[in-house]
Ligand binder design. Sequence first.
Ligand code: SAH
Length: 436
Amino acid sequence: MPTSSKPPSGPHRGGRPSPPQSSSQRGGRPHSRPEKPAPDRTTPDLGPDGVPQVSLLRRGVERWQAGHPWIYRADLNGDPGLEGGEVVRVTDGRGWFIGKAFYSRQSKISLRWLSYDDVAVDADFFRQKLQSALDLRQRALPGETTYRLIHGEADGIPGLVVDRYGDYLSVQFLVPATEQRKVLIADLLEELLKPRGIVNRSDVGVRNLEGLTPEKGLLRGQLPGPISFDEGLVRVRADLLEGQKTGAFLDQRENHVMAAQYAHGEALDCFSYVGGFALQLASRAKSVTAVEISELASGQLRENAAANKLTNVNVVVANAFDFLRDAVDEGRKFDTIVLDPPSFAKNKDAIAAAVRGYKEINLRAMQLLRPGGILITASCTYHMDEQSFEDMLASAAADARRRLQIIERRGAGKDHPVLLNLRETRYLKCFVLRVL
Ligand code: SAH
């Protein structure tokens, strides 16, 4: 049971007396002097229950109170002297308890929100989060067994991703706190879902920011090889160990199925991977050209098309930028085009170049479409919000001298919830446009 309440009625305090308040704090006047952080600690400050405490500077407290689930290093009140990976009590400058968080020592993001209350973060805590995440998927996607079960902070467990592919799970441990709780998390997943196998796909670059090295392998049970799952009327095979991400791009599942609805005539799918969009287009369109740069993914796409008896898919192993440019030069035309590129900007500095890249492919796709043609265009770049994406599309349409209608503004599926106070979780944009 949560035991805390909010100041001033009965806050949980740290294990030391709260410092006297300065007159400026009491008076509530604007603070003119910059706050001086406490000296770095060599031994951690422990709370009444022995749980380490991390105190925040005023700016950190304000961020926390504004609902931000991440606190940056610069907003900590000195180095707390911890190893990283701990569950900590978060306190304000006076030592009042304001919540619990995962602590990371190496990352720029030091604290990740777990609770506003002074609850025990133990097996039961994680069990309850997993159960609640499963309940949501069962309600939102009845009958489905392939979905993202845990989407990090958006499901209350920061630094953990769990994708379910029927009887198999593919998991990413992205911060020291979840890395150190691998055994517990695997135990709880086995208890909840009784999977035949759990794959660890923590082979991602973001782990380096946390001082963790990329890792992959079978964590529990077995994996007989690539596994198959249904998307609408199409069956897709994905390799959970060697495929990209956790094996497939589950965030686009609902958009894949939607794409079939609009597909007609001659279709083009750029950045196809193993065919999430291409197979759906093929079920309705006359023909599909699928452009993918990876030989491995292209091969799997061919196998997926054959397994679904779709004989109208032509897989081209090429750079989609070159393909689109050549197609415009050759005067080719299409009726349905999908653009689903990888993220073009890994950080904020790369945004301008990313926008140019998006504009180039979208402009060419607009030039390639016949009147009445459909463009399904996506961006998974975290650092580009929906408005910037729409602005880029508007600018591409103007330069291409095409008029387009917006038919749908979509995002990731319901199994990738967006956390209200963390815009970064609204990373996937997917527009359906139609050429007038
Ligand atoms: N559309 C897919 C997911 C695409 S992920 C789906 O819905 O399942 C992006 C894909 O683009 C990856 O498979 C990657 O190999 C491929 N890719 C990356 N750069 C590319 C390029 N320049 N040209 C073509 N394919 C590219």
